[in-house]
Design a protein around this ligand. Structure first.
Ligand SMILES: [Zn+2]
Length: 229
């Protein structure tokens, strides 16, 4: 291939990649994972990431003998595996215990303003915001803290906001054995605020409405509740 063609190809790939990132679209509802994703133990992953992050910092020209920087590769590696990306590992999925709906409460239950911190999978910088979740019981109910834990579990992955929204909703539908689940997510994307177009004020909203939540009246009841003070 001639030099010019190579350049054109690189340019095209670069543009396509950038378009995917700028549109913040994912490619599937499932987080794309390899089959061998958990062949390495957490400790082995931390060791490897630590050495690669050391290399990144070295390439950037940082002096790793400086006391302030020397521990950074290990801290970053541990944070990735044990904290901010711990939701990649199915072993960390919260086990949801259901309770019988003794009061025969058949209206919607809303858990609003669940704060979450996630990371954009295109830039590995934070996405943070609020998730609002509602469901209508099929006869069993779930502890409120469990809803919060399910949100945190899926947030602790490299994400796109649309996928995060759908993953939370599908998991709740499965756990609660009902189609009637609504999820709304409002989020700030640091990749939009701190780089690229540098827009610090825009927020992104995504929603999933399942079962009765597709019904305009139920949907509005949920949305009105979220928007009320
Ligand atoms: Zn991004």
């Amino acid at each position: 291939m001639k030099q010019k063609e190579i350049l054109l190809n690189i340019q095209r790939n670069y543009n396509e990649d950038d378009e995917i990132a700028d549109a913040h679209v994912g490619t599937s509802i499932e987080t794309p994972m390899r089959k061998d994703a958990f062949d390495l133990s957490d400790d082995e992953k931390i060791k490897k990431i630590e050495s690669h992050f050391t290399e990144i910092m070295n390439i950037l020209g940082l002096d790793l003998t400086d006391d302030s920087l020397s521990g950074t590769p290990h801290r970053v590696a541990k944070m990735y595996v044990k904290e901010v990306f711990s939701g990649l590992n199915p072993e960390n999925k919260p086990k949801a215990k259901l309770f019988e709906n003794k009061y025969k409460y058949d209206q919607m239950l809303v858990e609003k303003d669940i704060t979450f911190y996630s990371h954009c999978e295109h830039h590995f910088v934070p996405i943070y915001g609020k998730a609002h979740v509602a469901y209508i019981s099929s006869g069993e109910v779930i502890g409120l803290s469990k809803i919060n834990r399910i949100v945190q579990y899926f947030a602790k992955r490299p994400q796109v906001q649309e996928r995060l929204t759908v993953q939370i909703a599908k998991e709740l539908q499965k756990v609660l054995k009902t189609e009637h689940v609504g999820v709304v997510v409002d989020a700030n994307h640091m990749c939009v605020a701190s780089r690229g177009v540098g827009d610090t004020n825009s927020k992104t909203g995504t929603a999933f409405f399942g079962g009765k939540f597709k019904d305009a009246q139920i949907k509005n009841e949920f949305l009105n509740y979220i928007n009320s003070k």
